[in-house]
Design a binder for this molecule. Structure first.
Ligand code: ATP
Ligand code: ZN
Length: 375
């Protein structure tokens, strides 16, 4: 099965400049905005390097094809889906792109997805960790996210002035001006990926066998869009392993097929493709290409807007290699640099894909899907 996707075609001179290390733990979608995508930047099989990826997941990972649907049709399909979700009160419009309130029906399905995903990974016997929606500045700094995705990152600001500055703020506000300039950095960032706070807790030596975590939390990425699949604030539920190079790779690889099967059991059509994250800028194009070439991250994509349009990433399986091990000084029991891998369900995206394919009335969904989700 082959799903259209879009990505980045390397420029010839970039190829030699490419470095081996990619921050794979990143913003994660097959870019679903055809209109946003650089038309000259699409991965085709011919663009991929002749060298085999380190992991051969064989027939499971699809070859890549270009979407053939028009940008106008895609925009219309997004608008129709968004209108339906709002009309049927699955989501509540908050008046800004990518920000919604969630209804009882939505929460019911999202909880079911969460519970099913948790049960499917019970054998991992993970430690459970939950974090606030913000991440400390030093930890954010160490993840290197700002180098790859400055455009998605968001900082928290707070008022730290005295009475005089407060009066100035109020005067600006009364004059109808923007007043946020009176705020100053509060030294916390909004968490861009649920697993990021984990690594800071592991600096030092891991026990034999490494560590396994169940992490579920808020993620914020500043990518406002009228595509209801692209939110600014959403939830990721991840199973994160930090251990040896072999155990991290095995965590990622051994779950790709079960993840695809689990999503298919919900009644979703699923394809698995190497991820193509929207790294920022010109250097980002090199990083994106390396990410694909090294098969560090796989995405589970589904055709929300038609098979001939870009499919949407609803989950990912991600090998970071030693990125976080180096950044946070994590070593294995035998003294080597730790490697990490995470399996991420994008809870809103999966939930929305289900409302897309099965309709707005959950009780009328196909019996197999409701059984798979215990709904
Ligand atoms: P990461 O750890 O790379 O940062 P990850 O695998 O934990 O890696 P991503 O792959 O970036 O996280 O994202 C995981 C999932 O989160 C995606 O598959 C998608 O379902 C969801 N997601 C990402 N961006 C958005 C968004 N803007 N709106 C809604 N869901 C999103
Ligand atoms: Zn992660």
């Amino acid at each position: 099965m082959t799903g259209p996707t879009d990505g980045v075609t390397p420029a010839a001179d970039d190829a030699t400049a490419a470095t081996a290390s990619v921050t794979a733990d990143t913003a994660a979608v097959v870019p679903v905005h055809a209109a946003d995508a650089d038309d000259s930047s699409t991965v085709t099989p011919a663009d991929l390097p002749a060298t085999a990826p380190a992991v051969d997941l064989g027939a499971l990972v699809s070859t890549l094809a270009e979407p053939t649907g028009s940008a106008d049709d895609l925009e219309a399909a997004r608008a129709t889906f968004r209108a339906r979700l709002l009309d049927d009160r699955v989501l509540v419009d908050l008046g800004r792109p990518g920000l919604y309130g969630r209804s009882r029906a939505f929460e019911r399905v999202m909880q079911a997805v969460r519970a099913t995903w948790t049960a499917a990974n019970a054998d991992l016997e993970p430690d459970l960790l939950r974090f606030p929606p913000v991440i400390t500045l030093p930890t954010f700094e160490q993840t290197d996210y700002i180098a790859s995705f400055p455009d998605l990152a968001a900082a928290v600001s707070s008022f730290r002035g005295g009475d005089r500055e407060h009066r100035e703020l109020l005067a600006a506000r009364a004059a109808g001006e923007r007043w946020e300039r009176f705020l100053e950095p509060a030294d916390v960032m909004l968490t861009p990926a649920a697993c990021h706070p984990v690594y800071a807790l592991l600096s030092g030596q891991l026990p034999e066998g490494g560590r396994m975590f169940d992490v579920d939390g808020d993620s914020f990425r500043h990518e406002p869009s009228l595509d209801p699949m692209r939110l600014q604030a959403f939830h990721m539920h991840e199973f994160v392993h930090v251990g040896t190079p072999a155990s991290a790779r095995s965590h990622r690889d051994s779950h790709v097929e079960p993840m695809a099967e689990l999503l298919r059991s919900f009644g979703l059509e699923i394809d698995v493709v190497p991820a193509n994250d929207p790294f920022f800028g010109r250097v980002g194009k090199i990083l994106a290409r390396n990410q694909v070439a090294q098969s560090l991250k796989f995405e589970f994509i589904t055709p929300v807007y038609g098979a001939d349009q870009p499919w949407t990433a609803i989950a990912s399986a991600n090998l970071h290699e030693d990125h976080f091990g180096l950044a946070f000084g994590i070593t294995t029991a035998d003294g080597g640099t730790a490697h990490s891998a995470c399996l991420a369900f994008g809870l809103e995206r999966i939930t929305l894909a289900l409302f897309g394919v099965h309709g707005s009335d959950v009780d009328a969904w196909p019996a197999e899907a409701r059984t798979a989700l215990s709904l």
